[in-house]
Design a binder for this molecule. Structure first.
Ligand code: SF4
Ligand code: SF4
Length: 642
């Protein structure tokens, strides 16, 4: 087996994804514990750590949510063991309670919290700038400008955390986390790690009752001020080409764009650049230094004016009246790019700037790919479930259903023909929102939530809805994996992060224990499922608290398992002579494997896409869709087992 990229020896030059670079840096920094909940764009950090955990002798876990992941890693750090937690930006909202308290109590050894933000919202519900958390919690935020720097800075972040005994936030973004760069490896990963900690009783520090917390706050602010004063140096901040009248302040990834624009404009020697890798707190000394000569300043940073605000504050404190521009010139929404800052930087420098494409010598490629909205995959189990729910609701006479949705692939159910998501706000929100709606509207309400999301944040609102007597229906879409982020295990899979056998927790047992009458269906068997769900809906109409668990594996996993095991799945085809062209199969499933050629009157199934879920065949009124190959005898179990 080839050597894992994270285990390459010191001195190697390797091509690393930003997230892999962070993981390698953390290993070199001596972590012994890593815990996370998957979330794009942070997922690969823990994924690669789990692959090398046994070789390096570290503990790695997928926790049930970001708060628990944070607590797990933080607990190690208070016993003197280096640790890391990683999450996407909105995950830090979930962990924000313990983040705030951890700032007060501090750590005994280096503890780094990786927040992978998502400017432009490639796979998120918002593009919040998590550098704010540093300001709120009074914790330093380290922000690399590329993947190579991420590798170096994660090690510096651990040192900083150890030096001041506070957690340190390392902020990445999609562009950094998901970009590959060659990285020279400076350290080793195989060494005697300090993995056994000692918990020293210290009630004044670990028990945050008001009297103790007040003292902790003083200690925290002391560390905060020391960082502002003492850390104004590389690698956290650097003055490039000092002594110029024009100053550009560039934070994190924005520095890479600024550097490139200055090269294109031939203006590298005409401007002082303050390269910021620690936007929070902004070290005071280097700012004072550039202000000695500055007549005009431009702050370039992605999203919110975090550095701009602090820079202006320092400038104000020394009474300077020079013009400091930031968000009035640089876009505040979405990712920055070379194109987006080219003109503002040129204008600031008073340089005549032409077309960026001409300057950069790039060729604009007109993409020939037609735009295509995201859709559920061919054979996606959610398609079967949504069909079953719609038919059963119709049979049971449930009208004007409000479907409260959640975060996962199944959110795509908001589209036609299903329209089984009316809201989608945050992880676990489906059940809480359903409960709240039940207090103000009379419509039937179905809370639609995935299995991983149910374990993440669905259990407390499910309990709350029973306790506070809401008549809602909970639908758990159990595809036995955390599909949207790349198929990570969770408590319902019976597997741990490192592939070991774990206790398997069944959502139906949890829901039963909370007081729901639970119906478990396998929507691969469409007719049986419709009957069971119809019965459940009748019970709901009688006032019984109902939960449905629809269990059918993610089709991508099924295909993978079939390939590995040699199991042949069914492939369906439309029988031309039986088909009357009613298009029910196309309209009711919206399966991408079912196509209608231009000018054709009947649909056709793309055999290479069809996964054999059988939904279209089960609803064709003319029995015109049939299996065309000879599937293995045991193919169905692939859809039913984790
Ligand atoms: S549902 Fe059956 S009859 Fe109607 S178009 Fe599809 S294959 Fe043909
Ligand atoms: S059986 Fe029908 S619905 Fe299922 S993947 Fe194949 S074409 Fe799509």
């Amino acid at each position: 087996m080839p050597e894992h990229v994270l285990l390459k020896p010191k001195g190697s030059r390797v091509l690393l994804l930003g997230n892999e670079a962070i993981a390698r840096g953390a290993l070199e920094a001596g972590i012994c514990v890593a815990a996370a909940y998957p979330g794009t764009p942070s997922t690969e950090i823990l994924e690669v750590l789990s692959e090398v955990a046994d070789s390096c002798g570290i503990y790695v876990e997928w926790s049930v949510n970001e708060k628990v992941a944070f607590e797990t890693a933080y607990a190690a750090a208070i016993t003197g063991v280096r640790s890391l937690t990683a999450m996407k930006h909105v995950g830090l909202n979930v962990a924000s309670d313990i983040l705030m308290s951890s700032a007060y109590s501090g750590v005994e050894e280096g503890f780094v919290v990786v927040s992978a933000d998502d400017p432009s919202m490639h796979s998120s519900q918002n593009e919040q700038d998590n550098r704010w958390y540093g300001l709120i919690a009074h914790l330093p935020v380290i922000e690399p400008s590329n993947a190579r720097e991420a590798y170096k800075l994660v090690k510096e972040a651990f040192e900083l955390s150890t030096r001041y005994k506070v957690p340190v936030i390392l902020r990445s973004t999609t562009r950094i986390s998901h970009t590959r760069m060659p990285v020279e490896l400076e350290g080793d990963v195989f060494f005697e790690r300090k993995c056994k900690g000692v918990f020293k009783q210290d009630p004044e520090r670990w028990i945050l009752v008001p009297g103790h917390a007040r003292k902790c706050k003083v200690r925290l602010m002391d560390a905060w001020r020391k960082i502002i004063t003492n850390e104004g140096r590389e690698p956290f901040i650097k003055i490039i080409n000092p002594g110029q009248k024009k100053v550009i302040v560039a934070s994190g990834l924005a520095y890479s764009y600024v550097r490139e624009v200055l090269e294109l404009l031939g203006a590298l020697d005409k401007v002082t650049v303050l390269k910021v890798n620690m936007p929070v707190p902004l070290p005071r000394e280097p700012v004072m230094e550039v202000l000695k000569y500055a007549e005009e300043v431009l702050v370039v940073e992605e999203l919110d004016p975090i550095v701009e605000m602090q820079f202006k504050d320092i400038a104000l404190s020394i009474g300077t009246s020079i013009r400091i521009r930031g968000k009035e010139t640089i876009p505040e929404n979405y990712e920055l790019s070379l194109e987006r800052i080219y003109k503002p930087v040129a204008e600031f420098l008073g340089v005549k700037a032409g077309n960026i494409e001409d300057a950069a010598g790039t060729v604009k490629i007109e993409l020939q790919i037609p735009p295509r909205p995201p859709i559920l995959c061919a054979g996606c189990p959610h398609r079967n479930t949504y069909y079953v729910i719609k038919v059963a609701a119709n049979k049971a006479g449930l009208r004007n259903i409000v479907y409260t949705g959640d975060i996962g692939c199944y959110t795509l159910g908001y589209q036609k023909p299903f329209e089984t998501q009316s809201t989608c706000f945050e992880m676990g929100g489906s059940i809480g929102i359903a409960h709240g709606l039940a207090k103000t509207i009379d419509n039937p309400i179905i809370a639609v939530i995935g299995d991983s999301t149910f374990f993440h944040a669905g259990m407390p609102p499910a309990l709350n809805a029973v306790y506070n007597d809401s008549n809602i229906i909970i639908l758990v879409l159990d595809n036995m994996t955390t599909a949207m982020t790349g198929h990570q295990p969770h408590p319902g899979t019976g597997k741990s992060a490192t592939g070991k056998v774990a206790v398997r927790i069944m959502p139906e047992k949890v829901l039963e224990s909370l007081g729901y009458e639970v119906y478990v269906v396998n929507p691969l068997k469409v007719r049986e499922s419709i009957d069971a769900v119809t019965k459940a809906f009748w019970r709901y109409k009688q006032g019984v608290k109902i939960a449905l668990v629809s269990r059918m594996a993610c089709s991508l996993e099924v295909l993978r398992k079939a390939r590995r095991s040699g199991v042949v799945l069914p492939v369906y085809a439309v029988l031309e002579d039986k088909c009357n062209g009613c298009m029910a199969c196309v309209k009711l499933t919206a399966c991408p494997a079912l196509i209608v050629e231009p000018g054709a009157k009947k649909p056709r199934i793309l055999g290479e896409l069809c996964t054999g879920c059988g939904l279209c065949a089960s609803l064709c009124p003319f029995k015109a869709i049939v299996i065309k190959n000879a599937p293995s005898e045991n193919w169905e179990r692939l859809w039913w087992e984790p």
